[in-house]
Structure formats: C-alpha cells, structure tokens
Design a protein around this ligand. Structure first.
Ligand code: UDP
Length: 242
C-alpha cells in the first residue's frame, strides 16, 4: 500500500549530484546518502524510476570543444551514465533494495537492455529501475532521457533533483537577488529561457502533460515530503490550473 501522493515517479539526478565535494567522479559517501533517500521512498510503497546524468565524468559537448568528434563524445557521455547507474545500483543493493539497470545502448553483459514493458514490470514488483545510457542517441541530454522515460512508464511526476531549491531567474548561488518561481508553465520556462531543463526535454513534457518538480536533493527528507504531497521546490506544468 502506497502512503504517498503518487504511485510512480521518475527521479532525475545530474551526474554532478554524485560528486560530493570532489571536482569529478563518484563520492562514495554522497552516493550512499542519495541511495538512502531513494530507499526510503521505496519503503513507503512508491515506485521509483531513476535517470542519472554523466556530467561528473564526461559531457560530449565539452569533449567536442576540446576537439573530439561530437558523436564519439556523446557516446562516451552515455557510457558515463552507465558507470553512475552501476554505482547507484550497488549502493541501493547494499541497503537491501531490489534494483535493475536498463540501458538504452546494448551492453547486456553489464545490465539489461531497456524494454519498456519489462521496466514497468520491474517497477510494479517494487524494484528501482535505473535508466542508463540516456536516450541511446547523440545530441540529446539525460534531461531529455528523463522526460522520455517518465512519459513512457506513465510516471505521475518527473522530479529534477538539483543543488538549489527550485527554479530561479538567475543562479541563486551566484546572485542572491535571483527571484524564485514556485509555479510556472512550460511555455513560461521556454519563453524566459529559465535554466530548468533543455528545450527538447521541456517541450516533450509540455506536449505530454508531464508535471515537473525541481527541488533540492541535498535537503534531507525533502524528496519524501514532496512525494507525500508537500509543496516542495518549483512546479512546472503544461497549463495553469483553472
Ligand atoms: N548523452 C547523449 N545522449 C543522451 C543522453 C546523454 O549523447 O540521450 C551524452 C551527452 O554527451 C551528455 C552526456 O551524455 O553530455 C552526459 O549526460 P548529461 O550532460 O545530460 O548529464 P548531467 O548534466 O545530467 O550530469
């Protein structure tokens, strides 16, 4: 029996969320802390799909700027998300939480291939599903992968976990007078070019009525309060409720 407002969510973590205070890579303490938060969500009956970025290891666009072929860089970035997914799988399994990694690229000695119906079955059985390798295509981001998978698995909510409390007019860590937006429409986020997710991801969510919450994952317990129905972070929706 679920004790939350939602039955199924898709949680998007950036690769940088795993770095802790390090400049790159995976900090064991940080990944354990994040795994604990996710495990607690499952323990109250919530079905959790996860997308983890790869920016703590490689971003294709950054590699391209250094002279590497962009498509090769993007495949390297997608493989980086698999490394993060395996690390999170391990951290969750240490807590006794059943979990499966499903990859959009075929590497089935390491993890399962992504098959939508099988992913939904895993979720129904209480397993966390980590969707790895983004969309499987270069020139996309893991924000787009998160939007796509959230829609495909019929999640009721996409949660983008960040270092800040929600959507602001400017980076609040650099600009203390930045304005906080508790509620927005996707069109407002797109028109004002607010730093929420890339346009492809926003349009996909807008066109498929997928609500998005942007929240601070480093506030202990915040994601649990959110799934229990509290107004945590910023809410972005297709249209304003009438
Ligand atoms: N990537 C890609 N296609 C996808 C998802 C990701 O090519 O569908 C590559 C891209 O190079 C990207 C990298 O993987 O920069 C890591 O993903 P992202 O930058 O979204 O990670 P995050 O910023 O969330 O850590």
């Amino acid at each position: 029996m679920t004790k939350t407002k939602y039955t199924r969510i898709l949680l998007k973590l950036s690769g940088e969320a795993l770095m802790g205070d390090q400049g790159s890579g995976i900090d064991p303490h940080t990944i354990r802390r994040l795994a604990l938060e996710i495990n607690e969500l499952c323990s109250v009956g919530l079905q959790v799909g996860l997308v983890i970025g790869g920016g703590n290891i490689i971003r294709g666009s950054e590699k391209a700027a250094e002279g590497l072929d962009r498509v090769t860089g993007d495949y390297m970035g997608m493989l980086a998300t698999v490394l993060n997914a395996l690390a999170m799988q391990d951290a969750l399994e240490h807590l006794g939480q059943p979990v499966r990694v499903m990859s959009a690229l075929k590497i089935n000695q390491v993890c399962e291939d992504y098959i939508r119906r099988r992913a939904i079955r895993h979720l129904e059985k209480g397993r966390v599903v980590i969707f790895a390798a983004g969309t499987g295509n270069p020139f996309f981001t893991t924000d787009s992968a998160a939007s796509l998978r959230a829609i495909e698995i019929n999640a009721e909510l996409l949660v983008k976990a960040t270092k800040v409390d929600g959507v602001y007019s400017a980076d609040p860590l650099k600009n203390p007078s930045a304005r906080f937006y508790p509620r927005l429409t996707y069109d407002e986020a797109l028109d004002q070019r607010l730093n929420v997710m890339d346009a492809t991801a926003l349009v996909l969510c807008r066109d498929h009525n997928m609500p998005l919450r942007v929240m601070n994952i480093f506030q202990p317990g915040a994601v649990m309060r959110l799934v229990k129905g509290e107004d945590v972070g910023s809410l972005i929706e297709t249209g304003r409720p009438s």
